[in-house]
Design a protein around this ligand. Sequence first.
Ligand code: F6P
Length: 350
Amino acid sequence: MEQRKPRIGIMTSGGDCPGLNAAIRACAKTAIWSGYEAIGIHNGWEGLLEHDDEVLNVMRTSGIIDRGGTILGTSRVSPLRVENGVQRVKDRFNVLRLEALVVLGGNGGLSLAYKMFQQGIPLVGIPKTIDNDVVETDFSIGFQTAVQVATDALDRLRSTAESHHRIMVLEVMGRDAGWIATYAGLANGADEILIPEIPVTEERLEAICDKLKRRKNRGIYFSIIVVAEGAKLMGHNVLQEEHAGEDSPAPRLGGVGQQLGEILEKRTGIETRVSTLGYIQRGGTPVAYDRTLATAFGVKATHLIKTKKYGEMTSLKGVRIIGVPLAKVCDGIKTVNLSAYNVASKFFAQ
Ligand code: F6P
């Protein structure tokens, strides 16, 4: 009788980002070449609850390294918030004869994965988020692409700002961490970068306005300001809309760019325009860095499963790809390392 192959399941959970398909491809192909069958679970944990999955063969995972999004679909559904959810996941896990799962997630997705691991589901995690705020790894899949998209946008805004002698404000994503703003602002040579890690006091706002006016007096009529969606203008209310579904309780951010633009225009008298980059940062082709990181993480995730290192997450530390305990991911978020911010700030308007 033919021996049945062991199976690993692969799922993407939470918000998408560029590079997910590269990781799915790497996981599935290395698993298949190591004697496993790979099962793609559709739409995160919802796929196990709703029995929505597919066999991933080499053909299905070929030609996708450069594709944005996720061929598996994603969702923020949590079995912990569904009646009998954990048992239903376990039942499906057993029916599919899975040995373990690979969960690609950001902070929320990996914390949920750890809770499911504690409930008895053998799994390993791969960090993916444009926000780059997962602790215990230098970079997450998707971040470098988002930085490139934001940098390209800033470069374009610079030329139109210069033509029209305007202040241009660009609001970028990042939730409660200012990584995208810091890296893209640094790469563009922005005149100011506002991030959630450094609350914007009234004094700072005044100092920024004074600098912009001084620049104008010196004959430099345009300025580029990057603001992270989670930045806080102290004393000013920022619009925050609550997510509708109970599976995604995190507040939806956005609006600080508009608010900042209005303040700057009013206080400096310089014409100001605001752009919000939004989901463009999350879509489309991953840059080479994200494809290579995703591939290295995918290979490592399969290795972690082969060696039964369940409850771990793939991580980049310097130039090494290692496994770290998923438990640590629940400890909080990785905020911007201020030495990177300080390099960017040396080029702020004077
Ligand atoms: O976490 C990634 C991210 O893109 C954040 O930068 C942003 O605030 C959020 O997701 C938007 O999420 P949603 O898909 O729920 O609108």
